[in-house]
Ligand binder design. Structure first.
Ligand code: NAD
Length: 496
């Protein structure tokens, strides 16, 4: 891939207590370019001593600094300055993200804009953070307040790393907590750039820290640290389970955004032109490395052949290639190991008896890098592994159904419950089916369009808790109830 370096990429350091620094051990790891699998640069490899240093700085900033007591309007102003910093660095951020992840540049530009929007949104939201009051006749006034909790550990995955980090950092800091971010080891670049943006915006020393490194070492140390009160985690379900086990001894509060295998239910009466657009975009955008990807198509049998034919036509024309080319729609998968995992699923699907209608292999003219043609499986049954397990790549499976009842049954017959999509022009049925689908989120006649005020999160094995809008406050703040006696209520007089 002919990608000339447009921005200097320096070795990545941690950001601790307002300083960029190397690991105490001096160790580093390599981050690679998904289009070539060549090394881009090295990153500092953090271990428990680096995590401890960062948590101590964050704890000090929380307890001694001006941060937790700062006026809401001043913190909001700082959030807006960060948003402006992201916007003025958005070219570089999207460049670094594409270089590190292989996501198409047109899409990483959108992600950088979303990262800025997340900071602006929570700057606005905290001005609306209120408590409740519970007057009891004229004898009591009870009311609640929301206070920051302390040091939060933010653990992010490698898919859309910048946007997902901002989705955690913004509500965490806006509500007065301090944070240690542990980005995914396959995508360290944008987190380091983000740290420099927060630094330049004037975030006080120790309030925001980044420790790079592997999950089993740096991540696990963050989860186990006794001074870390919250863990907001986004990643695989199996990792989430392990994190909950490891955080049990220190009784962590968890937000878990986990995996998905989201159904797209297309009824025969749907606007099929729009449904085709949404199905294709829903699985193949972001290289299919998207937690809310509509990865299981459930299509009414009467339109199945026609719908699959139309999908095939479109999937075969998707522009796959250099992620820096502005027209590219699908780039390279993040890492060789992930590429092997995704392509292994294509073999598994074929062995299970499913048929590849489009894609399924490396594009002919691309001999290097982690490129996989967008793949469409038909003749799939819901018990196959490719219909049940999260592939997290550009692979769609198509399963027919004969009745509404069967569609709901198939949609729910999976361990996950993150997103779901329903396509029908029958409004009553749209609502009925949405009520029955076991998922945290349902989109009707729509692709995945986010309203930042709404709760985001999954049911079943897709997660615990909701973030977004005021739902983020429930996680990032400690609610306190204050009971005020007005006048003289009865107090039993023991021992009188
Ligand atoms: P992953 O679980 O392998 O890693 C996520 C993060 O956890 C990384 O930073 C990793 O270093 C860290 N980690 C790993 N082991 C750890 C441990 N023992 N202790 C602490 N930290 C540890 O996930 P991934 O492969 O980076 O990301 C893909 C997954 O993320 C998919 O399953 C996807 O569905 C999910 N995801 C979910 C959402 C959502 O909102 N529900 C959003 C994006 C991605």
């Amino acid at each position: 891939m002919g990608t000339e370096l447009r921005y200097e990429v320096k070795p990545v350091q941690h950001y601790i207590d307002g300083e960029f620094c190397d690991s105490i051990s001096g160790k580093t790891f390599k981050t690679v370019n998904p289009t070539t699998n060549e090394v881009i640069t090295t990153a500092a490899e953090g271990f428990s001593e680096d995590i401890d240093k960062a948590v101590r700085a964050a704890n000090r900033a929380f307890r001694e600094g001006p941060w937790a007591e700062m006026k809401t309007k001043d913190r909001a102003e700082l959030m807006r300055t960060i948003a402006a910093g992201i916007e003025s660095n958005s070219e570089e951020l999207s460049y670094l993200e594409t270089l590190d992840t292989g996501l198409p540049i047109s899409q990483t530009k959108g992600q950088a804009a979303r990262a800025a929007a997340n900071f602006r949104f929570f700057a606005e939201m905290i001005s609306r953070m209120t408590g409740e009051s519970f007057p009891v006749d004229d004898t009591f006034l009870n009311y609640t307040t929301m206070k920051p909790v302390g040091v939060a550990g933010l653990i992010t995955p490698w898919n859309t790393p910048l946007m997902l980090a901002s989705w955690k950092i913004a509500p965490c800091l806006a509500t007065g907590n301090t944070a240690v971010l542990k980005p995914a080891e396959w995508s360290p670049l944008t987190a380091a750039k983000l740290a420099s943006i927060l630094d330049a915006a004037g975030v006080p020393k120790g309030v925001f820290n980044v420790v790079q490194g592997y999950g089993e070492t740096a991540g696990a140390a963050l989860v186990a640290h006794e001074d870390v009160k919250l863990i907001s985690f986004t990643g695989e379900t199996t990792t989430g389970k392990e994190i909950m086990r490891n955080g049990a001894d220190t009784l962590k509060r968890f937000s878990m955004e986990l995996g998905g295998k989201s159904p797209v239910v297309v009824f025969a009466d749907a606007d099929l032109d729009r449904a085709v657009d949404a199905v294709v975009f829903g699985i193949y955008s972001l290289n299919g490395e998207r937690c809310t990807a509509g990865s299981r198509l459930l299509v009414e049998r009467s339109i199945k052949d026609e719908f699959e034919r139309r999908l095939q036509e479109r999937v075969e024309k998707i522009k796959i290639g250099d992620p820096f080319h502005p027209d590219t729609e699908v780039g390279a998968l993040i890492h060789k190991d992930h590429y092997d995992r995704v392509t292994n699923y294509i073999q598994i699907g074929q062995k299970e008896g499913a048929r590849v209608l489009a894609g399924g292999s490396r594009p002919r003219d691309m001999s290097q890098g982690n490129f996989l043609s967008p793949t469409l499986f038909v003749d799939v049954t819901n018990d196959m592994r490719i219909a049940q397990e999260e592939i997290f790549g550009p692979v769609l499976v198509s399963i027919p159904f004969d009745s509404e009842e069967e569609a709901v049954k198939l949609a729910n017959d999976v361990n996950y419950g993150l997103a779901s999509y329903v396509w029908t022009t029958d409004l009553t049925r749209a609502h009925r089916v949405s009520q029955q689908i076991e998922a945290g989120m349902v989109w009707i006649n729509s692709q995945n369009v986010r309203d930042l005020r709404t709760p985001f999160g999954g049911a079943k094995m897709s997660g615990i808790g909701r973030e977004g809008g005021h739902y983020s406050f429930e996680f990032y703040t400690e609610q306190k109830t204050i009971h005020l006696a007005m006048g003289e209520h009865h107090i039993p007089q023991f021992g009188k």
